[in-house]
Design a protein around this ligand. Structure first.
Ligand SMILES: NC(=O)c1ccc[n+]([C@@H]2O[C@H](COP(=O)([O-])OP(=O)(O)OC[C@H]3O[C@@H](n4cnc5c(N)ncnc54)[C@H](O)[C@@H]3O)[C@@H](O)[C@H]2O)c1
Length: 254
């Protein structure tokens, strides 16, 4: 596998704990050229030092709930790159008032926001990037087991992740005729800015240590290595798939 010089757009670095940061670091170590974006101006103070550390010049502010932001980012990228090989979509959001509550209390606003930022953004990015994607280009996103089974406190994000997994399949189909692959990694719980908003993650991690086949929790690097596989030509025949990187906990009944 050689990804030297491959052009990767990475969405979703908020800080060094972000899953997207682990993926960016691994891709950069393997010689990929990176472009990154961050959601809001307040994140610049964390993201710009990361760009400097990884030698990234292409850094864009882009709120993925805004079509114009996505269009502008793609136009700016097109001024520098004539194509994109990899897109990493590592983005999710739900209002905190709609998490850790009885699911049937979820607000309409919270539901639509979670779907917009955590699901529709993958579709919007794929569409706006289409002119730069070419046969062999690969897109990945991040999902979680709460899409398939009930995880207490995950609520509306579980619905969003189910929709995201279906979106991966439909995108894999609609982009497949152009030779573009779309897959998801279903990661086990890792402490990040986003996951801290879900109550009970520490208990979950303690349970996983006891019950998972590998008797441990996963780390950023575990996800990054699978991302490298899925993005690279090693996964040339894989599309529309969800790969679990969760130390095996999802195979256990109890
Ligand atoms: N941490 C976990 O336990 C875990 C497990 C499985 C899946 N995931 C998924 O991994 C992905 C990355 O999350 P993370 O855990 O690294 O947390 P994180 O908070 O570091 O990353 C989430 C990112 O989404 C970005 N984002 C939110 N709203 C946005 C918007 N409007 N426009 C652009 N970006 C926006 C945030 O700025 C942040 O960079 C998410 O999809 C999350 O659901 C996380």
């Amino acid at each position: 596998m050689n990804i030297n010089g491959k052009k990767a757009l990475i969405l979703g670095i908020a800080n060094k704990h972000s899953i997207a940061y682990g993926i960016a670091k691994t891709l950069s170590e393997q010689g990929a050229e990176l472009a990154i974006s961050y959601a809001v101006p307040t994140l610049a103070k964390r993201v710009l030092p990361i760009a400097e550390e990884l030698g990234i010049d292409m850094v864009y502010e882009c709120d993925l709930s805004k079509d114009n932001d996505i269009k502008n980012m793609m136009s700016l990228i097109a001024e520098v790159w004539d194509h994109i090989d990899f897109i990493v979509h590592s983005v999710a959001f739900a209002p905190s008032s709609d998490l850790n509550i009885p699911f049937h209390h979820t607000s309409r606003h919270g539901f639509l926001t979670a779907m917009d930022i955590s699901v529709y953004s993958l579709l919007a990015v794929s569409r706006e990037a289409e002119m730069l994607l070419r046969p062999g280009s690969s897109i990945i996103t991040l999902t979680y087991y709460g899409a398939q089974k009930v995880v207490p406190n995950y609520g509306v994000m579980g619905i969003a992740k189910s929709a995201l997994e279906a979106t991966v399949r439909y995108l894999a189909y609609s982009l497949g005729e152009k030779g573009i692959r779309v897959n998801a990694i279903s990661a086990g719980p890792i402490r990040t800015l986003s996951s801290s908003a879900i109550g009970g993650i520490a208990q979950m991690q303690r349970r996983i240590e006891k019950s998972a086949p590998l008797s441990r929790n996963i780390e950023q690097e575990d996800v990054a290595k699978t991302a490298l596989y899925l993005l690279s030509d090693l996964a040339s025949g894989v599309t529309g798939d969800i790969i679990f990187v969760d130390a095996g906990i999802s195979i256990m009944a109890y």
